[in-house]
Design a protein. Sequence first.
Lengths: 158, 158
Amino acid sequence: MTDLFPKKGHDHDRCIDSAIAQAEKVCEAENARFTDMRRKVFSLIWQSHKAVTAYELLDALQAEGQRVQPPTVYRALEFLTDLGLVHRIESLNAYFGCDQPDCDHLGQYFICTRCGRVAETVDEDVSIAVRKAAKNVGFKIQATTVEIKGLCHDCTTH
Amino acid sequence: MTDLFPKKGHDHDRCIDSAIAQAEKVCEAENARFTDMRRKVFSLIWQSHKAVTAYELLDALQAEGQRVQPPTVYRALEFLTDLGLVHRIESLNAYFGCDQPDCDHLGQYFICTRCGRVAETVDEDVSIAVRKAAKNVGFKIQATTVEIKGLCHDCTTH
DNA sequence: CAAGAAATGATATATTATAACATATCACCC
DNA sequence: GGGTGATATGTTATAATATATCATTTCTTG
């Protein structure tokens, strides 16, 4: 068993730094501009391992004295999700930083209902089963949403 | 290949009647009241094989001259989803009539992005793969959301 | 039929998201 | 290096989805 969720007391600054470094690389590869606003939003999303709502991001930006409006946040989110740097968690209407942006959007999301954290995995068996189920019914997949709610390992044992 | 989506020109009245008959049975078994409002909402949901938003239901009820407000619709939806008679499609913020209400909520939803129809399946391989993925990471499942967007068989061939 | 429980009505408001147009900033060419 | 078109952000308004709260009605059951 390998817990996907980060350990208590891990060095979260490293998560943030590494995510930003990755994002920079992706943007460069895609010839997309990682502007101040996008970087700011991305870094706010990475402040925790939870999913964050657009309005939480807005509040955080405004708390810093910026006069930001909803469209600004939603635009940054659209940019980031289009590049796969952030994923939208449909069942939470919230956004989550992806730590494997080259994963082709086939991931699955574990959402802990106790601590609120989210973890992503790209499980081949799940993808295969989903693809097979689609094939069985003659369905051509464009996108999949697999969100699993429950208790993370920490929260079942503490 | 067995298409889950109903054939063109199928007798949809039978879908509706059968769904209502099933719903009556479930409510009786659960000792829950299938009131006029709940029946009305349920039957509106079953007017098509698409997912319907709460406000589309509200509009339909109001179009019939009823002076219905949002909470009324949401209450009916809550009742129906709690009993498993209706499922919420998270990625659409919309509601869909379940034709196998004893399925334990482990279903997968195929959503056709062209015709808008939704079909439900309960694929054991997918469930098993998801449960295994959860076990691998020490995660205790409470609920799963598996929504697959793409083209139904009709829409790929026509 | 009375009394409590369950359902619905009614009002207000919270939360999530986008449309439309104005302004600012950037990248590139000359 | 300055003009120009493209890209990004600012600004205002509003749409779409959902819930809290309290009042009233309807149902059930003794």
